[in-house]
Ligand binder design. Sequence first.
Ligand SMILES: Cc1cc2nc3c(=O)[nH]c(=O)nc-3n(C[C@H](O)[C@H](O)[C@H](O)COP(=O)(O)O)c2cc1C
Length: 391
Amino acid sequence: MAETASSREISLFSPYNMGKLDLSHRVVLAPMTRCRAINGVPHEALAEYYTQRSTAGGFLISEGTLVSNTAAGFPHVPGIYTEEQVEAWKKVVDAVHAKGSIIFCQLWHVGRASHQVYQPGGGSPISSTNKPISQRWRVLLPDGSYGPYPKPRALETYEIPGVVEDYRRAAINAIRAGFDGIEIHGAHGYLIDQFLKDGINDRTDEYGGSIDNRCKFLTQVVQAVVSAIGADRVGVRISPAIDHLDAVDSDPVGLGLAVVEKLNRLQLNTGSRLTYLHVTQPRYTAYGQTESGRPGSEEEEAHLMRTVRKAYQGTLICSGGFTRELGMQAVADGDADLVSYGRLFISNPDLVLRFKLNAPLTKYNRKTFYTQDPVIGYTDYPFLQESRSRL
Ligand SMILES: Cc1cc2nc3c(=O)[nH]c(=O)nc-3n(C[C@H](O)[C@H](O)[C@H](O)COP(=O)(O)O)c2cc1C
């Protein structure tokens, strides 16, 4: 049969080769904190949750996973810095691999987006700055209530290599646990973003001031992790245009491009590409905390995505407010290679199949995003077959 223009068109269901990984489609599970890893250790419910969302040749990114005992800012988030955690993750990863999916571990340190209650010895959270997050944002406490973010402690210059080392060790642990690679969480107002953005970083040492200096912590982390596990097992996530947790910058596109330029150079120097760059769209700012925010205009959305796309030499994953249609359009137009889905994947474990069939989607329940129940709002969202049999 002659190939038509439309049959040649790239869609969310076209295969994609990402370095040494062969993906059968382009619908990625976005990293999402779900607070079900009781006392920081993954258990069977996590294996169930991730395998429900696994497809042969699909690509999953784990929830933010803590690199050290100072990294937490939510209750019951998993870590990857103790042997118990590594052993526990092995079971989750094995279960995902048995379903044919590929899974990366997202490495996370929240920095000042924490509270003394999550810190060893009740200390202050660490950051690039001594300024707390404003009252516009609230920290989720272990009892389910919300409180103000406390004043953090700016890291001394000499302490920073120790934090970089935490990421390096966590990356090694992730590979030991069987993960196919790791994603460095440099987005959404957490520790790395607290260095990147000039609205937060008020340092006067070599990690503050110019864009180059503000990018230094991220590039040192990337370099350390790449040296330990290889560039082709490392993804990087950034959100230059997202103001979550006061993470504003006076020149978001300039900052995004500076990061891209540094990643390109690192790829050139190491002679190997990173697995991908993952960028959160401005649209998520509006939708992140509530349903009622103003989405970015189409122009704003396209500008960031296309500028980064043009500059970055490698695989680009986009995330943030994508519907099936917007995702189809982004890959067909070549604006992104892959699209990561968050909230729709929470409430539709078989999202890939539903997208394929253009089937109706189940609405997510925001109230159970961060609760601890191993089933409710976590693994009890229906598959298509179940939805149909309930009609
Ligand atoms: C419950 C929840 C938890 C999230 N946790 C993380 C996280 O741990 N790491 C991260 O990089 N992004 C996190 N995000 C952001 C998502 O990865 C994604 O970018 C965002 O939800 C926008 O995509 P969507 O519009 O498809 O939901 C989270 C989002 C939600 C809704």
